[in-house]
Design a protein around this ligand. Structure first.
Ligand code: HEC
Length: 117
């Protein structure tokens, strides 16, 4: 993506941002595990809802509800492996969720977001 992105000007990036921001949220039907999703819902309410309000629907922070689950897996991997810069104060909350639920934490959260269809 970096190579493609080099061809655009700042004005063009702004125009694309407005275009994407004006799209309606489409909750994609996808396969999820109900038991994991229900554990994820609790973790979300406790650690993520403050910034990703309404279960992660569009708001000030990134939209998580209905996101394509493999995208969320890649994204969380990038954060956890230092390939994507953490938003302010988010790392602390993700660490707390992992400390509480163990290594399944991220997966339960992803099933919760995927369950919103
Ligand atoms: C203190 C506020 C805050 C908290 C708490 C928080 N986040 Fe975030 N998160 C953000 C912001 C702001 C962004 C968008 C920043 C960016 O794009 O880099 C974001 C982005 C994300 C993204 C990337 C979305 C995308 O479209 O690429 C994921 C995934 C995510 N958060 C998951 C979580 C999870 C899971 C939790 C709870 C364990 C959580 N966040 C808690 C502020 C927060």
């Amino acid at each position: 993506m970096n190579r493609i992105a080099k061809a655009y000007s700042d004005e063009q990036f702004k125009a694309m941002a407005w275009f994407f921001a004006s799209q309606r949220l489409y909750l994609k039907p996808q396969v999820y595990d109900a038991a994991l999703a229900s554990r994820g819902a609790k973790l979300h309410d406790k650690h993520c809802e403050k910034c990703h309000e309404n279960g992660g629907r569009p708001g000030d922070a990134g939209t998580l509800a209905g996101q394509w689950m493999p995208y969320l897996e890649f994204t969380m991997d990038d954060y956890l492996n230092g390939k994507r810069k953490w938003p302010r104060k988010m790392k602390r909350k993700v660490d707390a969720a992992i400390a509480e639920e163990g290594q399944d934490a991220v997966s339960t959260l992803i099933h919760y977001y995927g369950s919103q269809q």
